[in-house]
Design a protein around this ligand. Structure first.
Ligand code: PSU
Ligand code: MN
Length: 321
């Protein structure tokens, strides 16, 4: 009886001429088959070419291997694309920082100018919801930046999570951010935060333990799907965070990664890098400082998230079919 309430139908927006949904994804959504949304800022700004494109392809393959359909989301020439052709993925990956990082505030501008943009967690959630895709996999979400008491730099990802009913599967938040304040803001926004697995800890992206307890924990993707289903049933209209700790054998060394993160943050401050440029700058510098170790961890955790997220999408579709 609650089936109609699950965000599994196209909103009017998604049927408009501004949306370009691949036939495969359209068919899957209409049939309530499992679909996993994927963001594109991670491709353009989160990793260097060509590892970014290779990782995006691998992630799509992993989603498929679990029985779900991948839907990479981006804006190309003023059109929202739900699902990218391989050469579109390549194009976006090559553009790198030349693609516009598009969060909620930028969406209308990019569309009106018929521009191209890579979507962040916030804007990918908006577009996934419009298309009727309730499960979304990424690497890490944005959060409260360190020093936010002065800079007020708090990612729009957090407020989006407060008002858009999409489940975001990630590896926690990076320790380039203030993890404790990020968890506080998520609580204020009414976002459920759940770590999947044995550990009670909220993970810190490159490492499995941020030092802070996760507000809640479940054992597996099936239990996660139950939470998503209950969220939709209650029509809470808020998002959910599911945190998947990076596997120990692929994690970075906690102390050395923290040292490099601190160096990168100090460099950002002394070079006056702030706002939307801060996260991409830090990711790039940390990859350089760790001689690629952080990039390898980043790639590994995204793939791991894709596997878990696809399982969640498969479980959820059993509950709504
Ligand atoms: N964290 C990462 N990799 C990323 C991002 C965050 O580890 O690529 C990207 C995501 O797209 C996220 C965005 O939504 O950065 C957050 O940017 P900001 O803090 O400017 O809101
Ligand atoms: Mn910001």
């Amino acid at each position: 009886m609650f089936r109609q309430q699950i965000a599994r139908r196209f909103h009017a927006l998604a049927s408009s001429k501004h949306f370009n949904i691949t036939p495969e994804i359209k068919h899957a959504i209409a049939n309530k088959s499992p679909v996993v949304a994927l963001e594109s800022t991670i491709i353009s700004h989160g990793m260097p070419y060509p590892q970014n494109v290779q990782t995006a392809r691998d992630v799509q393959d992993i989603v498929r291997s679990q029985g779900a359909i991948p839907a990479t989301i981006a804006i190309l020439d003023g059109h929202v694309h739900i699902g990218l052709e391989d050469q579109e993925l390549e194009q976006l990956g090559k553009m790198g920082h030349q693609a516009q990082k598009t969060s909620r505030r930028d969406l209308a501008l990019v569309l009106a100018k018929r521009g191209s943009g890579a979507t962040t967690v916030a804007s990918t959630m908006i577009l996934a919801r419009a298309a009727g895709i309730p499960v979304f996999v990424t690497g890490g979400i944005g959060g409260v930046h360190r020093g936010a008491d002065q800079s007020f730099d708090i990612s729009a990802d957090l407020t989006e999570l407060g008002k858009t009913p999409v489940a975001v599967i990630c590896a926690g938040v990076k320790s380039i951010l203030d993890v404790e304040k990020t968890l506080e803001v998520l609580e204020t926004q009414g976002v459920s935060v759940t770590t999947i697995g044995k550990s009670q800890r909220f993970p810190a992206f490159y490492t499995p333990d941020s030092g802070f307890d996760s507000p809640s924990r479940v054992d597996d993707p099936s239990e996660a799907a139950n939470i998503i289903f209950a969220n939709h049933t209650l029509e809470l209209n808020s998002g959910m965070v599911f945190a998947v700790p990076i596997p120990e054998d692929q994690a970075a060394d906690t102390q050395s990664i923290q040292r490099f993160i601190d160096i990168a943050i100090a460099e950002a401050r002394s070079n006056d890098i702030s706002g939307k440029d801060e996260t991409p700058f830090l990711l790039k510098r940390i990859a350089e400082l760790t001689k690629g170790e952080s990039l390898a961890a980043n790639i590994a955790l995204v793939k791991n998230n894709a596997k878990v997220g696809a399982k969640i999408a498969v479980e959820l579709s059993k509950r709504v079919a």
